[in-house]
Design a protein around this ligand. Structure first.
Ligand code: XMP
Length: 481
């Protein structure tokens, strides 16, 4: 495979559908045992190689929580105000892990109506009542509020401190679970030696953590989550806020990532936040990959125009067929020990296996997740079928939404000047993220068996492609509907 592109020469490029994987002798006894662990960046590990795309019709906190529970990671999109994106990250970080470090609290003198508002806004079932200096004073549960008129004070309806079971700072998950079970309570506030609230363990979280599951987690048992940033305007402030909310990775994402401005912004981020795990994209050439790695990329995102809602190739004429882009970029990135994300163009489970054989460590997916229960937005009905909107982030609608977000005047003349590089469409309802991941990971595991691989490193090493003729492609893909 050529790694140097010379102006004026035509070179070949392949898409996922141009190849099949050569079946090799299998050493995998049971496909269920195939090991799908991988690296998102040099430091961040995942249990399945799947990332949900940072698009406004794909990933907010619901999606991020769902995919991390299944072993992957979601990247919260950036087309919202900084405070909201920060809160989306915080929601994902709070969703699991046995210790919630900053549980929602309320003051004893607040009213039940204020408590109800807080509960609704944050999607929690109850609140911890804390006084001056964070002193634990009680718990206000959903049940306590159920029949209240609303103007009562929290202190009059809460379960008071003396009737609470609590744990000490530093408590182990086993001890916390034991206390929750023996006292038959749902919430265990954790306090320091001065009886100040330092955290909360819920029965649900303790149960989930103890049940050895596949979720992708940080060192504190919380779900992994990433967040996207751009390269203009308030991107530094955004990065700062997202890291304060403890995003595990930042994804510096622009359509044409191989540019001076991306490189200088990436360097600035790395200078300001030296410990950040930074994904940079998108590129589709080895040169682009090397330049982003030199700018500080901890992973490189690859894909110019393969996405289902992309029109970059039609509008600009530029792009690289995705499998070739992955092979080129992964080859260059592997020299530096940096993982590559194959972003866009995954249509079938077999494409995930092909991307990994091509050298990617993970795949990023938009359209296949856009029709799930967990994606943002609402279902609409058409002829008895439910659909959700799916749009490219460079589509006309997304461009207009961005202007609206910035409170810019929108006049028809400006709109007619926009040259979209994405389309607005809709995708049918396909159930939950779990259903989609079951198919994707099931296909990957079977593909690993066909390639004689028991883990993703072996899959990359052993896998071989066969290039298809048009008849070979027809025989492979034209099947009964
Ligand atoms: P799939 O195929 O999984 O691709 O839907 C998701 C990826 O598509 C990219 N993306 C775009 N590309 N114009 C583009 O050229 C757009 O408007 C656009 N919006 C998203 C992005 O890389 C995403 O992860």
């Amino acid at each position: 495979m050529a790694t140097k592109i010379e102006t004026g020469k035509i070179i070949g490029g392949l898409s996922y559908n141009d190849v099949l994987l050569l079946p090799l002798k299998s050493k995998v006894a049971s496909r269920k045992d195939a090991d799908t662990r991988t690296y998102l960046t040099k430091k961040v590990k995942l249990n399945i190689p799947i990332i949900t795309a940072n698009m406004d019709s794909v990933t907010e906190s619901h999606m991020a929580i769902a995919i991390a529970r299944l072993g992957g990671i979601g990247i919260i999109h950036r087309f919202m105000h900084i405070e909201r994106q920060k809160e989306e990250v915080a929601k994902a970080k709070r969703a699991e892990g046995y210790l919630i470090e900053n549980p929602y609290t309320i003051r004893p003198e607040s009213t039940i109506n204020e408590a109800r508002e807080l509960v609704e806004k944050n999607g929690v079932s109850g609140l911890i009542v804390a006084g001056n200096g964070g002193k634990l004073l009680g718990i206000l549960s959903g049940r306590d509020m159920k029949f209240a008129a609303g103007n009562e004070r929290v202190r009059d309806l809460m379960t008071p401190r003396k009737r609470l079971v609590t744990g000490k700072k530093g408590i182990s998950i086993d001890k916390a679970a034991e206390l929750l079970a023996s006292h038959k309570v749902e919430k265990l506030p954790i306090v320091d030696s001065m009886d100040r609230l330092v955290g909360l363990v819920t029965a649900k979280d303790a149960e989930r953590v103890l049940k050895h599951d596949i979720a992708a987690k940080d060192g504190k048992g919380r779900l992994l989550v990433g967040a996207a940033i751009g390269i203009k305007g308030d991107y530094m402030e955004r990065a700062d806020a997202l890291l304060e909310a403890e995003a595990d990775v930042l994804v510096l994402d622009v359509a044409h990532g191989h540019s001076e401005s991306v490189i200088s912004s990436a360097k600035a981020i790395k200078r300001e936040f030296p410990s950040v795990q930074l994904v940079i994209g998108n590129v589709a050439t080895p040169e682009g990959t090397r330049d982003l790695i030199a700018a500080g990329a901890d992973a490189v995102k690859v894909g110019i125009g393969p996405g289902a809602a992309c029109s970059t190739r039609l509008v600009t004429g530029a792009g690289v067929p995705q499998l070739t882009a992955v092979i080129w970029c992964a080859e260059a990135a592997r020299e530096e020990g940096i993982p590559v994300i194959a972003d866009g163009g995954i249509r079938n489970p077999g494409d995930v296996t092909k991307a990994i054989v091509g050298g990617a460590s993970t795949v990023m997916i938009g359209s296949l997740f856009a029709g799930t229960d967990e994606s943002p937005g609402y279902f609409i009905q058409r002829k008895g079928i439910k659909y959700k909107a799916y749009r490219g982030m460079a589509s006309l609608g997304a461009n207009i939404s961005r202007k609206q977000l910035d409170n810019m005047d929108i006049n028809p003349e400006d709109i007619s000047q926009i040259v979209p590089e994405g389309v607005e469409s809709s995708v049918p309802h396909i159930g939950s993220v779990k259903d989609v991941v079951t198919q994707l990971v099931g296909g990957l595991r079977s593909g690993m068996s066909y390639c004689g691989a028991s883990n993703l490193q072996e899959l990359y090493k052993n896998g071989r492609f066969i290039q298809l003729t048009p008849l070979g492609a027809a025989e492979s893909y034209e099947k009964l509907q």
